[in-house]
Design a protein around this ligand. Structure first.
Ligand code: MSP
Length: 520
């Protein structure tokens, strides 16, 4: 792996209209796991996240709260940063669309597109959905309501600037055809193709009624449409159109824009069309993941069915939450969030499978070898088999992570954890310990288990940051790199191994559900 390979990954920038919930955490944790995985593989990673702070909705929220929009978002942005800290999110850069350098870039982009004729002045007649910050024509409405969220829209009729999205329809279709990985998953690509084929309209990109936005520089009674402002963050954050940063040449085009499925359209139609107009390279991949659902509906601030990630982390620990989010639902699909499912995962995968493996292994090394890791002798067939599966797990895990199949990557790792537990049952170290003549064999078995745990620690580290540190500490090792797990047998005999506390205490389901109920 070349040290100079770069990897640029982005989350959507979140609306700071209210505190973020577990649904937003889902996107961010997924990006974080991938960013950590690529860093571990030696990539020079730029992991960008941030907040999308303009628009009518925020203007209204601030007015309701009796503060200025900037005061309003400043407060929420602080809670967003706290949340990412709590969730161990290792972003490299945090962009706020109210940052001066970003606004400067947007104004340059808007002006350039206007001067070259890709943006023109016209009149907007249609409907606007505030929560989605989206414009709709008559034919796009479903039963007179917003086709994305089903809420009321209001009539809009005003002078406005338009971006010539329609001009790029053919080039977009060609882009999807020539770059099959551009939109993922595959099923979503077909939705985008259908959307374009039904006739692409130009996009209204300015408003005179919305005051809280970036002014159009050559016609300042207009503010820019929030999506033009927001999408530009992916390049302004690298320094395109401003002097704040100088990373554009190094990191653009993005390797991956990770987005929820409802905003895939903006990222695979409007955004590439804008980039085509600007004559800039296009992102390599846009992945539209599914939603976390609660009681059948999308978790959302305005529906009021949100789950507070701070409470969850407080009760179960951040690693349990990160693990659950990425393990429970195949990435790309929608999935239900339930407390039962979360507790079941904690009890079975974390307390039982992983927790037991660590606790049994370290306890036996302590008991039979005074905590000093024995050297392995020549492997028996069962050992070679275990080692082979270990290396296969590493390869499979890496492939699944690159495909963003987090759940499959973790499933493969947990199959190996189960295999290790079975290896204990098969080799029966407690029986070997009774016979002094089998001391060397006992040493080999325990060595293999400790080395397996080290590799499990490395593989789990992008998802369970704290747990992996705990594992490495128990194993007394600093061999935690990606290279170090490309072979089996790196842990040094003689290393001091410490028996470790319970990683994840078992949770009593009934009591816990009752306690959660009481919290509500
Ligand atoms: N500001 C825009 C994005 C602009 S990107 C240039 C936006 N913000 S958002 O705060 O509404 O949503 C941000 C992300 O959170 C989206 O990818 C969305 O899918 C994700 N999620 C919000 N609720 C979610 C669930 N219930 N489940 C999964 N993801 C969810 O859209």
């Amino acid at each position: 792996m070349s040290e100079h390979k770069t990897f640029y990954i982005t989350t959507p920038i979140y609306y700071p209209s209210d505190k973020l919930h577990i649904g937003h955490s889902y996107t961010t944790v997924a990006c974080d796991a991938l960013a950590r995985f690529k860093r571990m593989q030696g990539y020079d990673v730029m992991f960008l996240t941030g907040t999308d702070e303009h628009g009518q909705k925020i203007q209204d929220k601030a007015a309701d709260a009796g503060v200025t929009p900037k005061e309003y978002v400043d407060k929420i942005v602080a809670t967003v940063k706290d949340l990412w800290k709590l969730l161990d999110v290792s972003y490299d850069r945090f962009i706020r669309t109210t940052d001066d350098y970003h606004m400067e870039s947007c104004q340059k982009i808007f002006t350039k597109l206007y001067e070259q004729g890709d943006i023109y002045k016209g009149e907007y007649i249609g409907h606007y959905c505030k929560p989605c910050e989206s414009f709709w024509t008559d034919s796009q409405l479903v039963d007179g309501k917003c086709p994305d969220c089903g809420r009321e829209v209001y009539d809009a009729h005003e002078e406005a600037y338009f971006f010539k999205t329609s001009k790029y329809a053919d080039r977009l279709l060609k882009l999807y055809e020539e770059n099959p990985q551009f939109i993922q998953p595959e099923s979503r690509k077909n939705e985008m193709i259908a959307f374009i084929k039904q006739g692409l309209q130009d996009t209204c990109v300015s408003r005179t009624s919305v005051k809280w936005g970036i002014p159009v520089p050559f016609d300042p009674k207009h503010t820019m449409y929030v999506w033009v402002d927001a999408l530009s963050n992916y390049i302004s954050a690298l320094g395109y159109g401003n002097e704040k940063y100088h990373d554009y040449d190094k990191f653009w085009p993005a390797d991956l824009h990770m987005v929820g499925k409802e905003i895939l359209r903006f990222h695979t139609i409007l955004w590439p069309a804008m980039l085509m107009a600007l004559d800039l390279p296009l992102p390599k991949r846009v992945f539209g993941h599914g939603w976390l659902l609660m009681n059948g509906g999308k978790m959302s601030k305005s529906v009021g069915n949100v789950v507070d990630p701070v409470i969850l982390c407080d009760r179960y620990g951040v690693d349990a939450i990160r693990y659950f989010l990425l393990r429970e639902i195949p990435f790309g699909n929608d999935g239900m969030f339930t407390n039962e499912a979360l507790i079941t995962r904690i009890n079975s995968d974390l307390a039982n499978d992983l927790g037991n493996l660590l606790s049994r292994t370290t306890a036996m090394i302590e008991k039979y070898f005074n905590g000093v890791l024995p050297a392995p002798e020549a492997p028996e067939e069962i050992d070679s088999e275990l080692q082979k599966m270990c290396l296969q797990t590493t390869a499979e895990y890496a492939a699944k992570m690159d495909e963003l199949q987090f759940s499959a990557a973790l499933a493969s790792l947990w199959q190996y954890i189960s295999r290790c537990n079975k290896y204990i049952d098969q080799t029966m170290p407690w029986a070997l310990a009774k016979d002094e003549a089998k001391k060397a064999r006992l040493g080999t078995v325990l060595y293999n288990l400790a080395e397996s745990l080290r590799i499990i620690g490395v593989l789990s580290s992008p998802v369970m940051v704290k747990t992996s540190v705990h594992l490495f500490k128990a194993l007394g090792t600093e061999q935690t790199s990606w290279e170090s797990i490309q072979k089996f047998g790196v842990l040094k005999p003689g290393t001091h191994i410490s028996h470790t506390n319970v990683l994840f205490p078992r949770i009593d389901m009934d009591k816990e559900l009752a306690a959660l109920e009481a919290l509500n």
